[in-house]
Design a protein around this ligand. Sequence first.
Ligand code: ZN
Length: 408
Amino acid sequence: MAEFGFTPGAVLPNGLGRTGVIHTPHGDIQTPAFIAVGTKATVKAVLPESVAGVGAQAVLANAYHLYLQPGSDLVDEAGGLGAFMNWPGPTFTDSGGFQVMSLGVGFKKVLAMDTAGLANDDVIAPGKNRLAHVDDEGVTFTSHLNGDQHRFTPEVSMRIQHQLGADIMFAFDECTTLMNTRGYQESSLERTQAWAVRCLAAHAELTAERADKPYQALFGVVQGAQYEDLRRKAARDLAELDVDGQRFDGFGIGGALEKENLGTIVSWVAEELPFDKPRHLLGISEPDDFFAAIAAGADTFDCVMPSRVARNAAIYTADGRYNVNTAKHRRSFLPLEEGCDCYTCTHYTRAYLHHLFKAKEMLAATLATIHNERFTVRLVDNIRDSIIEGRFEEFRDAYLGRFYSGRR
Ligand SMILES: [Zn+2]
């Protein structure tokens, strides 16, 4: 049981933001850290050696996708997620709840649209059908692959995640959107709390049943949307939860977050959570979001965005983002980002990447992904150094000033 733990390190003057080390059976994670996303047990377009090469310390896969294909029992038989995908380091799985509950609804976790005046518990995006139905026991949903009906409950999610064998798992929770009414958010939180109790009980049973396997840590997920009282209560309730001696090893901060309120919401939650347990924020990747979330006390992050936009030729640099497939880069023999230490920038030019994207060559996605993942991992690593060296605010102001003024 002592195979998982968190050691806090340097702390910001606000008492919330910090560095630390998460200890797992597959190695340590120096935090704050950006966790590479490997939804289907692969970081799209790159070898695990490249994932390690960009400095990523851990990979996060998705329980929903791996349950449907190839099946969590098969991953278990292969020796677990890390062995199956040839990633020797720490791994995370998310519970599948977000994917299941947003199926077909057509909304992203952070809503881009104006939500004013649209509070409605049944709202779905135009042209979409709701494919998931939530009740107090669990969620019934339709597979996006073949239309088959499936049912996830807290117990099912825990069994799937134990079979996947990641070092860090997340409790099965109900995901709401900013569109849901206050009343719905309240009853949803009660349901998520009841599911958290069931997740801890199932986790304890599975841990005993699979005592020959390395310990898997379980994080509770704090919901509560944009409401301060709900977020604080959810964090306190999860932090205090004890089911026959089984407690959460860490916490995820989930649900709908508007960009403007991100730091505020994370700080409400961090103030209520125990200081000696790690906190994961699901789904952020923009530089200003990292600074805000880290200052407010988040330790780890995951996001598909750096690799997703890379496959569409969007390149992150310290001077902002640009598209390498535009005409101005056709004869540019500079690296994607001057001074970048990644494999792509030390071996290839913009002109070559431009050519690969225009010719629709697969290597385009590989090389662009390596750069964007390195950019993101390095940024979070540099933020960690700035906390240790007591110059977080200066670093943030200089970095964001340059990133958001640069236009290429
Ligand atoms: Zn690079």
